[in-house]
Each structure stands twice: as C-alpha cells, then as structure tokens.
Design a protein around this ligand. Structure first.
Ligand SMILES: Nc1ncnc2c1ncn2[C@@H]1O[C@H](COP(=O)(O)OP(=O)(O)OP(=O)(O)O)[C@@H](O)[C@H]1O
Length: 517
C-alpha cells in the first residue's frame, strides 16, 4: 500500500469551521475555536523548528497535567515531522530519567507545578531546551513571537507521530511507537456514527499522556470536527457537575472502571443529570458487572471497549444497542481491525474456548522504541500478542477474561482474578477489591482478596468468605483476605497489581491456618 501523506485535521477544520469551538481548557477557561487552535499550533511549530532547532524525527517531551497546550504540541510536532513524547506526571525522577534517557528528546515542555522535576530530569538527561507552560511562561511568549509555519514537513502514515510509554503495570516501561497512520486509523475506527460526530462534545478526564485520554476519544472527536473539554485532573464531583450542566452539553465521556466507581460513590451521583450523555465509554481494565448495573439504574448503559496503547487503542467496542444485553462483553472488533483468539500452540481457539487475543491492522504498532527483544517476542506475522485471555461467544461478542499474567493456578485450576473481583463487588460494603495469587506449598498458589471497605460500612472476613463460597467454585474462592484503606493505582486509575504482589506475596504466619483450611 503506498504510504499516504500525513494531514493535520485541525488545519482542515481551521478553514472549514473556523469559528467552531475545538477545545476548552477547563482550568483556565480558555476556549479555542478551530481557527485559533490552528493558528497557535502553526506558530508553535515554527518556534520548535526555527528557534529550538527541532528537526524531523526529533522527540519533544511534555510533562504536564491535562491542558489544551499538550494537544497543540502534538499537532505542532506532526507539522514539522517531530515526535510527540507525552510523559506520565506521576512518575518519580528516576522513572522519568529512564524514559527520557531511553527516548532522548530535544525539548522538554512542562507545567510550572512540575518545573522542579522536569528541569532535574532534563539536566540529568542532557535535554538542553525547556518551554514553561502557564501565564507568563516561555511557551506563551514563544507562540506570541512566532510567525505561522511556512510549510508542513512531508511525513507519511508510516512515520512516527508519538512515543507513548506503557504505564508499566507489567514491568519496565516500553515506548510504544505510534505512527501517523495508527492515529489516523484509530480516528477512523472510532469515527463512525455510533461513536463520534461533529456535534460530539467530549469531556476528557483521563490523562493526555495515556492512550485512554489522548486517543479515546480526544483525537477522534477533533478528527470529526467536534469539541473537547479538557479537565486538568479527574475529580468525580466536578465531572458529575459538568456532565449535568446544560451550558456545556456534554454528550460523551470515557473512563477506566475506577473513574466510574469514584463517580458512582460520589454524593451527587444520585441527582446528576445524564440525559444529554450519548456515550459513556469504559475500558482499560476489567469492568465489574455490578458496577455496570449501578450505572444502568441511573439510565446510563455504559459501553465497554477494549484496547491497548500499542493498538492506538481501539480494538473491540460494544455498540449502544448491545450494551445492556451483553453487559460484561467488550463487543466486536472495530472497523479495519482483525482479531484472533489463539491457543498456546498457535492454532485458533474454538467459540467459547479461552485463548490469547492477537490483533492485526493499520492501528497496530510496528514495535517498541529501542526494544528489539520485545519486538521479536510480541509479534507473529504482523499479529500483536496482547497477553489477554479472551473468549468469543456464538454471536461474535468478545469477552476479555483477564491478563494471562494475572491468572494464577490453584490446585491445578486456572483462576482469573477479574471474575472473583466482580463477585466481590456484589457486596454492598466493598469500595475496591483486587485478587492476586500467593505462592503456597500445598496448592501452588492460593487467592488473596485485598479489599477496601466503604466509609460507614463494616465487613468481616467471614462475610466475604461466605459470599464467595455461595457464588464461586471452591478453587476460585480467595483463601486470604487483607483490608486496606485504598488500593494502589497507576496514573489512569488501574489497580497496580505488582505493588500488591510485592507487599503481600510472602504469607504471614497468621495466614497459615486460613490457607490450610
Ligand atoms: N475492556 C477491558 N477489559 C479488561 N481488560 C482490559 C480492557 N481494556 C483494556 N484492558 C487491559 O489493559 C491493557 C492495555 O492497557 P495499557 O496499554 O494502558 O497498558 P497498561 O495496563 O497501562 O500497562 P502494561 O502495558 O505495562 O501492561 C490490556 O492489555 C488489558 O490487559
């Protein structure tokens, strides 16, 4: 297939619907029309190229809480053929040092609040230029002082647009390469009438440095000529207030399960007005079915989807009309994406049989930055191995059961923690729950449930054991229960199981009796 030239859609709508609001930065209340957005991107691109010497292929790092400026950097990079490198704001200096050292950006763009960390990392990694965001910062003055870009660099769909480090819930971060073509096809795959249109008004709460914030659905909505509202950092009460506010007219929202859980536990959930919300998308981690039901009772049929940073991210999506009937499914493959469920021997699994999900399509990464080892082990003939245990039903709906790496084996039986967690969430007093496998001499591994109890509730271990025994086969029932105030989560709100394994994997003497029973 000939490689198509990259084309910036903000420039397109800047001419076509110049006065329409493209993006609202909620923290500063800056409202950017497509023409204003286009103009700022154009001048920023000139500054990056001419004043800071950013050349084709150079990386431009951004360390910032959500702001429309981050989107401007992304598009400005595209116009000069540079690579956008959004950084996770929750990482520590050594973690950032690893990523910045691995990707060696030419420039660092950062928030005032994060200046100390950004400048320390820049110094440690020899990044010579930095642009400071915020009023009076060098970013604003650079835009004000620059001319519009004289020409777009000729880049194609095969060129790298972005490097996004996966959040490392499974190990050392890897830089997933996102090409211009991948971003484009993800916009196409999520751009159908079932998902976005020019009248879509999206509230973005997930971080823009994560694929869930940037590509699901911020970029697709801008690609459709819609409007995005950018929240600096997720706040459940504020999100409910904004969704209820008719002056914004929010029609679309996307979150990981934790986001929906925090909103459902907020006092204003019961009175929030969801009548304008056309799509409430959820993905990124297993969604407990009881939580889907809580939202359904408030008239919102959440639409599950499945994806990964490496797949731009959309792979599977459940359409609105199927959301209630197929609760728990992540739906069917999106347009222009192929999937297979594969047995360990590489043959295709039957309907209903569990296997690993493999994905192929123009939205799939060509590989990881500087990681020939991972590139070798993650692909077979262009199929990306997702590491996710999956089955498909007779009607072609896919169910992500869990990550293979989170599955544990107890007495020879496979246990998928997501199933057990969904059962735990049926208990009214449970605020959060995670299940991990703990090494055990007799059974190989046994399950441990780590739970946080809702304020004002009490929950005794015996009640949890009894509930599990009534709803799960014996081998799936967690033998051990630990109570915590809150579960560790990564920047998108996904439960960070490696931290739990590290903390709890050595059984205490007092647990021995429980394990033996
Ligand atoms: N609908 C879903 N149901 C269950 N799990 C999901 C769903 N959607 C995504 N996931 C999980 O999220 C993973 C992709 O997320 P992402 O690209 O953010 O990586 P991560 O979880 O942050 O970190 P890492 O790549 O290191 O594992 C998938 O491989 C899958 O395990």
């Amino acid at each position: 297939m000939p490689s198509v030239r990259y084309y910036d859609w903000i420039a397109h709508f800047g001419r076509r619907t110049p006065g329409k609001i493209a993006a609202i930065d909620l923290a500063s209340d800056r409202r950017l029309s497509y023409a204003e957005f286009d103009g700022r991107i154009s001048r920023l691109a000139t500054h990056l190229r001419d004043a800071l010497g950013v050349k084709r292929g150079d990386r431009v790092a951004v360390l910032a809480l959500n702001t429309t400026d981050t989107l401007e950097v992304q598009f400005a990079c595209g116009r000069i053929g540079a690579v956008f490198l959004p950084l996770n704001t929750r990482l520590t200096v050594p973690e950032l040092q690893f990523i910045v050292g691995d990707s060696s950006p030419k420039v660092m763009v950062h928030d005032t609040d994060l200046a100390e960390v950004a400048l320390t990392v820049a110094k440690l990694c020899n990044v010579s230029s930095a642009l400071l965001l915020g009023p009076g910062g060098s970013y604003e003055s650079a835009i004000a002082a620059s001319k519009p870009l004289d020409r777009f660099e000729s880049v194609t769909h095969d060129d790298i647009s972005t490097i996004m480090y996966t959040s490392g819930t499974t190990g050392l971060p890897k830089g997933a390469i996102i090409t211009h073509g991948m971003t484009f096809w993800n916009c196409v795959n999520l751009g159908g009438p079932a998902y976005v249109s020019p009248s879509t008004v999206l509230l973005t709460v997930l971080p823009l440095f994560h694929t869930g914030g940037l590509n699901c659905y911020t970029n697709p909505v801008l690609h459709a000529g819609g409007t995005v509202l950018i929240m600096r950092a997720f706040d459940p009460g504020m999100a409910l207030q904004l969704i209820s506010d008719p002056s914004y007219g929010i029609t679309q929202f996307f979150g990981v399960p934790a986001i929906y859980q925090f909103m459902a536990q907020h006092p204003s959930f019961a009175t929030a007005d969801f009548s304008r919300l056309v799509i409430g998308g959820v993905g990124g981690a297993p969604m407990p079915v009881p939580l889907l039901k809580v939202w359904e009772e408030r008239g919102v049929a959440l639409q599950q989807g499945y994806g990964m940073t490496e797949t731009s991210p959309a792979v599977l999506a459940l359409d609105r009309e199927d959301a209630a009937r197929k609760a728990g499914s992540s739906g069917k493959p999106v347009l222009h994406t192929e999937v297979r469920i594969v047995r360990p021997d590489g043959t295709d699994a039957d309907v209903g049989e569990l296997g690993e999900l493999w994905v192929r399509g123009p939205n799939v990464t060509p590989g990881y930055w500087n990681r020939p080892d991972a590139n070798q082990s993650s692909f077979t003939d262009g199929w990306l191995h997702t590491g996710d245990a999956t089955r498909v039903d007779e009607e072609g709906f896919y169910y992500i059961v869990d990550r293979w790496k989170d599955m544990y084996i107890s007495g020879g039986e496979n246990v998928y923690p997501a199933e057990v967690e969904s059962v735990l969430h049926q208990l009214a007093g449970i605020a959060e729950a995670a299940v991990i496998g703990i090494p055990n001499e007799q059974w190989g591994e046994v399950g441990m449930a780590i739970v946080a109890v809702k304020p004002g509730h009490t929950l005794r271990p015996e009640e949890i054991h009894a509930h599990c025994a009534a709803n799960l086969a014996r081998f799936k029932c967690p033998r051990l229960i630990e109570f915590v105030d809150a579960l560790p989560r990564n920047a998108t709100g996904k439960i960070h199981k490696p931290t739990l394994r590290q903390k709890f994997s050595a059984p205490k003497a007092t647990d021995k009796a429980a394990i033996a029973s």
